[in-house]
Design a protein around this ligand. Structure first.
Ligand code: HIS
Length: 391
């Protein structure tokens, strides 16, 4: 008997059919090859982690975690990102061997979704983490490698925005006084709800000068001149160090020949609350949300007993594939149809093709119901049917 909902999947879960699978694996190969060329080492970690350690460190809303219980009664989570599991591995083992350590990953992560038709709850990220590197050059390398791996994947049109959470915090706290008020404004920025932000600022019990500063803050985007405007807006609010870090990063990106792809956006706020310094996002084509993002997180490793800063990025593979557009064509596959008496010839023909890197399907014609429909999916059809031809 057919069960109701037999073909349904849990909210946010998706199947990957052949065409998309091919596109993803091509992108995956190009990106991971590029990351390896920069000396990063790929690692794998389990999909399930303890809630109390990695789950809490992951800095994502609790309601977005998939939780379950193991046989011993411990709460487990499906990892919502790879940064926290990598911090766990690095802190427990790898940092004893080398500092800084450069690690990379290609893994599925899980974030529960509240609504139907929304975002995927399981998706693939390719990314890196550079752990224990104190200097600004770690951020620059992270951005430059993200740019380089996106280019390697074939992406030509994209824009990186870079901001600094330290600057936002310093400015907001100096004007608003409390973290609670600052967090309300940050939420508007995170949602990119600038109308809501403006309305909220106007309703605050502040001097008109301070209100204007908070409104002018929204304009701190663009080229290097945005940093000058930010300096003017700061009025001793602190945050000068953040701005000079950004200046330094932009300067260094010139040497990586990537500065033209990066612009300043001091209003940038991430969904990840562990960022402590520069943070960035990359947008491409007409994909509505970032294809990748990253930044510096200085306090995460402390949760695993190692007080070192780190930085990294992750690219959302499905969004990258979406930005790259439809693949030109499906993979080329030859179809070799045979009847029993010529099976050997058919197999030899297939072997020869495969040796030359050509994909080949070998199919007994007796099991094909409709030859035209079956062969329509293949680029080339060869027949080994009937009595052997006299050579
Ligand atoms: N883990 C972050 C991306 C990142 C990697 N390293 C630093 N940040 C995310 O999923 O959004």
């Amino acid at each position: 008997m057919t069960k109701l909902f037999m073909f349904e999947k849990p909210l946010g879960m998706r199947d990957t059919l052949p065409l998309l699978y091919e596109a993803k694996s091509a992108v995956r190969k190009k990106m991971t090859d590029e990351i390896k060329l920069w000396g990063y080492q790929f690692i794998e970690t389990p999909a399930l982690e303890y809630y109390e350690t990695v789950g809490e460190a992951s800095a994502i809303l609790d309601q977005q975690l998939f939780k379950l219980l193991d046989q011993q009664g411990h709460t487990l989570v499906l990892r919502p990102d790879m940064t926290a599991p990598i911090a766990r591995v690095a802190a427990s083992r790898l940092l004893n061997l080398q500092i800084p350590v450069r690690l990379a990953y290609d893994a599925n992560v899980y974030r529960a979704q509240q609504r139907e038709g929304g975002r995927p709850a399981e998706f693939e990220q390719i990314g890196i983490e550079c752990i224990g590197n104190e200097s600004v050059s770690a951020e620059t390398e992270s951005i430059a490698l993200m740019v380089s791996s996106l280019k390697a994947a074939g992406l030509t049109e994209f824009q990186v925005s870079i901001g600094h959470i330290g600057f936002v915090q310093a400015l907001f706290l100096s004007i608003l006084g409390t973290e609670e008020r600052a967090s309300v404004l940050r939420k508007f920025l995170y949602d990119k709800n600038y109308v809501g932000y403006r309305e909220h600022v106007k309703s605050l019990p502040l001097s008109s000068i301070d209100k204007q500063r908070l409104l002018d803050f929204l304009g701190l985007r663009g080229g290097i001149d945005a940093l000058q405007k930010a300096e003017a807006l700061m009025e001793n609010a602190g945050g000068a160090a953040s701005l000079s870090e950004l200046r330094e990063i932009m300067d260094q990106l010139n040497d990586h020949d990537a500065a033209h792809l990066v612009h300043i956006d001091l209003t940038l706020i991430s969904h990840m609350s562990y960022y402590t310094g520069p943070l960035f996002e990359v947008y491409a084509g007409n994909v509505g949300s970032p294809v990748g993002n990253g930044g510096r997180y200085s306090n995460l490793l402390k949760k695993f007993g190692r007080d070192v800063p780190a930085t990294g990025f992750a690219v959302h593979v499905d969004k990258l594939v979406e930005a790259l557009g439809e693949p030109e064509s499906a993979a080329q596959v030859s179809c070799i149809l045979f009847s029993q008496e010529r099976r050997k010839e058919a197999l030899e023909c297939a072997q020869e093709k495969r040796r030359n890197g050509i994909r080949a399907v070998v199919q007994d014609i007796n099991s094909v119901q409709n030859v035209d429909r079956f062969t329509a999916a293949y680029q080339e059809v060869e027949l080994f049917i009937g009595g052997k031809r006299d050579e």
